[in-house]
Design a binder for this molecule. Structure first.
Ligand SMILES: Cc1cc2nc3c(=O)[nH]c(=O)nc-3n(C[C@H](O)[C@H](O)[C@H](O)COP(=O)(O)OP(=O)(O)OC[C@H]3O[C@@H](n4cnc5c(N)ncnc54)[C@H](O)[C@@H]3O)c2cc1C
Length: 390
């Protein structure tokens, strides 16, 4: 390894086990994930078998307890793994983050019996999850959702349409928030629905700007019948469960954003040392050197912010505000850094022959998912001042 240049990110990891894990992840990302990324993203191909490989490698349940087949790793380690996966390909990093999000409700609120029955397969048995909160007319205002779950004897029957479901149509299980009571947040309950349930179907994937390999689709529930044993938590507790999952999920999005930004910086740096203009490498021009310095500084600040939030979580302390700050800052940072990377590659940056334009399109999604950055500002402000309209 040269003294200069990107090289692997120099991470502070808490244990030898975590350092070994990181070596495994980097190797897997370089061999199995990155080489296929450009072609498969251009073709809109979802790499389902990569998720099977990740599951077999213990990377789909890293942040959960070993007792149920998880990896027992602290969040600060899990998120840095996620960052490496996202740097290789966002569809994979985000996919792992969404899968982790979809396991949260059961892992944190399920009964002992529910966890023993379902979690091992979810965390390390090859299954892939999806998280169904958003609906066509209930986006940022998710508490206005209308998908209904109605009691039918000892069962529940689900009817309605979920929107924007990552892994919609390819998931093996869906964590679904549905209305069981009156209007508002207190009328919502969480359920775990198997992907092959009768009456569950997915629309064709949305035609997105980026992450074309990651299927995002509407999921229809047409009289889907499930037992009460698949209700997670108490009736009416679903929205609180959904928000708790999102606190952790947002940290995953922040880590993914840092991964995409790091990939873009690496790309720009490599280009600038070889591309020459006016008889010198681009990397010699002070205006561009300052851009690189700003990109690297913002990236390091983003990484520090998500790690601070993760360490609070690992210590069992409140981290809602810090998670929202990390999501807001890291995804806005990724948008700036990837846009600058395109600029630094000049005309070539605007072509699909280099990955910079893909990173820029991918970064945009991260400012929107799991609560837009406007919603993150609302979360942060509420933590600072208390709720509006008191
Ligand atoms: C690629 C992708 C993957 C996704 N995956 C999932 C998934 O797996 N599961 C899932 O449940 N959802 C998923 N989503 C949905 C995502 O969470 C929503 O798109 C997001 O919450 C915003 O909702 P909306 O699109 O309906 O926008 P809207 O809520 O209609 O917002 C439109 C604009 O208005 C702004 N806005 C809205 N209300 C306010 C306000 N009070 N103050 C200020 N600004 C406001 C928003 O920030 C936004 O800029 C995904 C979305 C995308 C694009």
């Amino acid at each position: 390894m040269t003294e200069y240049g990107p090289g692997p990110v120099d991470r502070r990891l808490p244990t030898d086990e975590a350092r070994q894990l990181m070596t495994l992840v980097r190797d897997l990302a370089a061999r199995e994930i990155a080489p296929r990324a450009a072609a498969e993203e251009a073709a809109g191909h979802f790499p389902r078998e990569l998720f099977t490989l990740l599951s077999e490698s213990g990377l789909l349940g890293l942040a959960y307890a070993e007792e149920f087949g998880g990896g027992g790793q602290p969040y600060e380690v899990y998120l840095q793994v996620l960052e490496e996966l996202a740097a290789a390909r966002l569809t994979v990093g985000l996919g792992v983050s969404v899968h982790t999000l979809s396991c949260h409700a059961l892992a944190a609120y399920g009964t002992k019996e529910q966890r023993a029955e379902h979690l091992p397969a979810m965390l390390g048995g090859g299954l892939l999850g999806a998280y169904c909160l958003s609906e066509p007319v209930a986006g940022s205002d998710a508490a206005s959702l209308t998908t209904r779950a109605t009691r039918a004897g000892g069962d529940w029957v689900l009817d309605g349409t979920k929107a924007w479901t990552t892994h919609g149509g390819v998931a093996d299980f869906y964590t679904v928030l549905a209305r069981t009571g009156g209007a508002g947040a207190h009328g919502i309950t969480a359920f775990l629905v198997p992907g092959d349930a009768e009456g569950l179907s997915a629309a064709p994937p949305e035609r997105k700007m980026g992450m074309k390999g990651s299927p995002t689709a509407q999921v229809h529930f047409d009289g889907v019948r499930i037992g009460d044993a698949r209700r997670i938590g108490e009736e009416g507790q679903g929205f609180a469960i959904a928000l708790a999952a999102l606190d952790s999920g947002r940290l995953g999005i922040a880590a993914c954003a840092v991964g995409v930004a790091q990939a873009a910086l690496n790309e720009a740096l490599a280009y600038m040392t070889t591309r020459r203009q006016f008889g010198r490498p681009l990397a010699d021009f002070q205006g561009l050197r300052f851009m690189l310095a700003d990109m690297a500084t913002q990236l390091a600040a983003g990484r520090s912010l998500y790690l601070t939030a993760a360490r609070l979580r690992d210590e069992g302390r409140p981290f809602t505000k810090e998670a929202a700050m990390a999501k807001l800052f890291c995804t806005d940072m990724a948008m700036r850094v990837t846009t600058d990377a395109v600029q630094l590659l000049g005309g070539y940056g605007y072509t699909a022959d280099f990955p910079a334009e893909r990173y820029m399109r991918e970064a945009k999604a991260l400012q929107i998912v799991e609560g837009t950055n406007q919603i993150q500002r609302m979360v942060i402000a509420r933590q600072l001042t208390g709720p509006e309209g008191r």
